[in-house]
Design a protein around this ligand. Structure first.
Ligand code: FAD
Length: 596
């Protein structure tokens, strides 16, 4: 059976030493969250993940969800009690608005904690995760009445929420949405249509589920300009907050799928269900984007989480399993064979995962802290810069972390050999669970297009220019320090490659849009590699400072080796990305359709 230990110490090191946590002290919510409070929350939440959620991960996968004839859905044994404990512990509303009963802690703290809960049990973590995203959309675009009616119970976790975009004929291309919304005399709308693949669409964890649904008001223009957003509760909520009649939405079936079996993926049939408009008519995509962006960052975390839990179990196995002898002579002569860990190729697999995880955690926390800055910095310019950074890096980390998360789960599985393929060891579940993260919340190909097509050119390239400025300034400040050179040099080279790739896109993407599409995946991965190299440079600098102060330890010292491993054995891929993307669209588009 696999196990999991929340990497609280690493999160704290990254916050304190690498990301200079005190720099965020001017943000309103950070007064309530000095580092000792952060540590207490992460330790307590980490314990919950390890002791309550992780033990339900394998059983939840084996049992899955089941649907009864009346359309009700049962989650796996233990989920209901765990959810009750999770919501009663105040974890759902950790960063929720105190006006609706939230704890008002900074947003990054909820993100940091979500790494642990997801690693322990992704299928479970999706129930509250979706609720948080829906609450953010309602808080931003809902009117006072809607907020008052729904947000308190979503914040406390008494109700969960869902995101309803996908229909049978329409996934990526939301302009094709057919679900109808017919205005009613009382100001509500009758929602009719079918949504598919709705995560947490029906379950037995709570008495009510709040669906956020994209639909087209009768007579609305075709395409994305005619889509509106509605809140549609499973059970109608009275003016006094009491639960009334069942609404006209029912779960038609649940999907039988590759992974995340403990999370119910539902077909939801809307048959004149009562819904209320959120935000303006025909501006629904804009309102839903608040939830979609939150969900994209949440899914990025899923990639890291699965990579981390897979690493922990593979590393433990490699230390125990005796197989073969070291190429340089026995390392455990008293045993019948040496542990797997002596073999360079086994180390390669483990180190590739670990060197990703530790820098990815830093990048995730930097983005999460930037979200806090974007939401609440008293300085308007700082808000704008942070918002740009989050917008730019969201598709990068969604695409790169989840591609890498899956690849790393496969690598970790490989470390276990045949046992990795056997259910009992849990590795095959990590592989199956990780696979969906590359697909939902905008498939990764669409993230790459969002990056090159929307995020780069936005506001005349303001965000990418600022990003280049941030990285260059950091690296320039250390240019005369020989101790930093092994870490800063590779980061500088990767930045140069990313700048070259950006220039190539500017020159060739406009000329032929297929060049931009053909370059997008490599560009996104090059961006990811350059960002991770930047994080390794920051981590190395912080470790060297700790060594100079005499406060380092073995765990921190090992980061310098990991940084060098990353530069020597993973960063060269940046050059391959640059070479591939600069070859243009020609070889991709040359074959006629009939030749496929
Ligand atoms: C387990 C699970 C849970 C889900 N949960 C939810 C949920 O809670 N709510 C919800 O609304 N949806 C949910 N989805 C749906 C999911 O978001 C979609 O499946 C996903 O967005 C892709 O849409 P699609 O399946 O229709 O694929 P398509 O849109 O048909 O795309 C197929 C492939 O073509 C590529 N592609 C499509 N268009 C383009 C383009 N213009 N340029 C380049 N490449 C393109 C895509 O990248 C993809 O690789 C879930 C799906 C699953 C399987």
């Amino acid at each position: 059976m696999p196990s999991y230990k929340a990497p609280v110490d690493d999160t704290l090191f990254l916050l304190r030493d690498v990301l200079e946590y005190e720099r965020y002290g001017n943000l309103p919510r950070f007064g309530e969250a000095p580092l000792d409070v952060v540590e207490a929350v992460l330790s307590e939440g980490g314990k919950f993940a390890e002791e309550v959620l992780q033990p339900l991960n394998h059983s939840g996968d084996t049992q899955g969800c089941s649907r009864d004839a009346d359309g009700s859905v049962r989650t796996p044994k233990g989920f209901k009690d765990a959810y009750k404990a999770y919501s009663e512990g105040g974890w759902v509303g950790l960063d929720g608005d105190p006006a609706y009963g939230g704890q008002g802690l900074p947003h990054f703290l909820a993100v940091a904690l979500s790494e642990y809960t997801i690693a322990a049990n992704l299928a479970f973590a999706m129930y509250p995760g979706l609720t948080n995203g829906a609450a953010a959309a309602l808080a931003t675009h809902g009117n006072a009445e809607l907020k008052q009616r729904y947000l308190p119970k979503m914040t406390s976790g008494e109700w969960t929420a869902t995101m309803n975009l996908t229909e049978p004929h329409c996934g990526t291309d939301l302009g094709l949405i057919k679900t109808r919304a017919t205005p009613q005399a009382d100001g509500s709308f009758a929602i009719t249509g079918q949504k598919i693949f709705i995560s947490a669409g029906e379950h037995d964890l709570t008495d009510n589920i709040i669906h956020l649904v994209l639909a087209r008001i009768d007579g609305a223009p075709a395409g994305t300009k005619g889509i509106s957003l509605f809140v549609v509760p499973k059970v109608i909520v009275g003016d006094d907050g009491s639960l009334g009649a069942r609404n006209g939405v029912a779960c038609g079936s649940i999907e039988h799928k590759m992974g995340i079996h403990g999370n119910a993926t539902c077909v939801l049939n809307y048959d004149g269900a009562k819904g209320w408009l959120v935000g303006e008519e025909n501006r629904g995509l804009n309102a839903m984007f608040v939830m979609m962006n939150a969900a994209r960052l949440g899914v990025a975390v899923q990639g890291l989480s699965l990579s981390e839990v897979a690493y922990q179990n593979a590393a433990a196995y490699a230390k125990e399993r005796l197989q073969g002898r070291s190429l340089t002579g026995p390392k455990a002569p008293d045993k019948p064979a040496d542990p797997l860990l002596v073999h360079p190729d086994v180390r390669r697999m483990l180190l590739e995962i670990r060197a990703f995880n530790e820098a990815a955690r830093a990048l995730m926390l930097w983005v999460a802290l930037s979200e806090d800055e974007a939401l609440s910095s008293p300085d308007a310019n700082a808000r704008k810069l942070a918002d740009d950074r989050v917008g730019l890096l969201t598709p990068v980390i969604k695409g790169v972390f989840t591609d890498q998360g899956f690849a790393n789960a496969v690598k970790a599985q490989q470390v276990l050999g045949g046992h990795g393929y056997i259910a009992e060891w849990g590795m095959e579940q990590f592989v199956r669970d990780a696979r969906i993260t590359m697909i939902y919340e905008g498939a990764n190909g669409v993230q790459a297009l969002d990056l090159v097509g929307r995020k780069l050119p936005k506001d005349g390239g303001r965000a990418i220019t600022a990003f280049f400025g941030d990285v260059s300034a950091f690296l320039a400040a250390g240019k005369d320090d020989a101790a930093l050179a092994p870490y800063f040099g590779p980061a500088k080279a990767a930045l140069g490659q990313l700048q070259q790739a950006t220039m190539w896109l500017m020159q060739n993407g406009m000329k032929n849009p297929d060049n931009a599409g053909a370059a997008s995946n490599d560009y996104m991965h090059l961006f990811g590699l350059a960002s991770l190299a930047f994080m390794w440079a920051r981590i190395a600098k912080a470790v060297l400072a700790r060594q100079a102060a005499g406060t380092s330890d073995a765990a921190l010292d090992s980061k310098l080796t990991l940084a060098k491993f990353f530069a020597a054995r993973m960063l060269p891929e940046a050059g391959a990305c640059l070479a591939r993307l600069s070859s243009g669209a020609e070889t991709l588009m040359a074959l006629p359709a009939a030749a496929f």
